[in-house]
Design a protein around this ligand. Structure first.
Ligand code: IMP
Length: 214
């Protein structure tokens, strides 16, 4: 069996978002992967997210961190993709306005405008999360995508979560992400689905590492 050169089991989490680090650590600890906090490597530089896709932005962040720290690193990029807005806000989800309240207000305003123009109601949307894993000595990165489909409602509902959660109702549910208990959101979310795809990769890496030790 060919053993991967990349059988490290320590990965730098290339994000400043403690909420994300906790989620990553919780879900992936079961795969024998140890996550290194950015603070443990003296911090990671901010990079300009100038990619045209979630994939490109996740790879930019992961590669920059892997090169700076000289160790494998992963990063995620996520956002809301709305059908009637031709995919907006997409990769610009966090830059759509200054606060979550303003972002939601802009989203609902633009959806209503488009619906008026088109003379129909169209609320389909999805959250997307892409996780990239990069290595300091490798040009390419591994990329994993997770999605959750749903619809945008007319008025925000619920206090949990963050971002666009109060106006997003996932398919198969009647509550918004902000009304669902956090364990429920965490078990069906785009981030969860991307982490599950990445887990399969991490599990393989761990097995390769234990094969080497044997
Ligand atoms: P980033 O991945 O940290 O760049 O986040 C992108 C933006 O997408 C966030 O600032 C939120 O506005 C939005 N977003 C990403 N994931 C979620 C989510 O789980 N719920 C609500 N909004 C989200």
């Amino acid at each position: 069996m060919e053993i991967s050169r990349h059988n490290e089991t320590r990965f730098l989490a290339a994000t400043g978002n403690e909420h994300k680090i906790r989620e990553f650590r919780e879900i992936l600890s079961q795969f024998g992967v140890e996550f290194v906090h950015p603070k443990d490597v003296g911090g990671i530089p901010e990079v300009e997210e100038n990619g045209a896709t979630f994939e490109e932005n996740a790879v930019i962040k992961a590669k920059s961190a892997a090169e700076t720290a000289g160790m494998p690193a992963f990063a995620d990029d996520s956002g809301l993709v709305v059908d009637i807005l031709d995919g907006a806000p997409g990769i610009y989800s966090s830059r759509y306005a200054d606060t979550d309240t303003a972002r939601i207000a802009r989203l609902l305003r633009e959806i209503r405008e488009k619906e008026r123009e088109a003379g129909l109601r169209r609320r389909a949307a999805k959250f997307v999360c892409v996780i990239a894993v990069a290595y300091p000595d490798r040009e390419d990165a591994d990329v994993f995508r997770g999605e959750v489909s749903g619809e945008i409602i007319d008025e925000p509902r619920g206090e949990n979560g963050f971002g666009y959660d109060p106006v997003f109702v996932p398919d198969g549910h009647s509550a918004t992400f902000a009304e669902l208990p956090s364990e429920m959101k965490d078990s069906i979310s785009h981030r969860h689905n991307a982490l599950m795809a990445a887990s399969v990769h991490f599990e393989r890496v761990r097995r390769d590492a234990s094969d080497v030790l044997r």
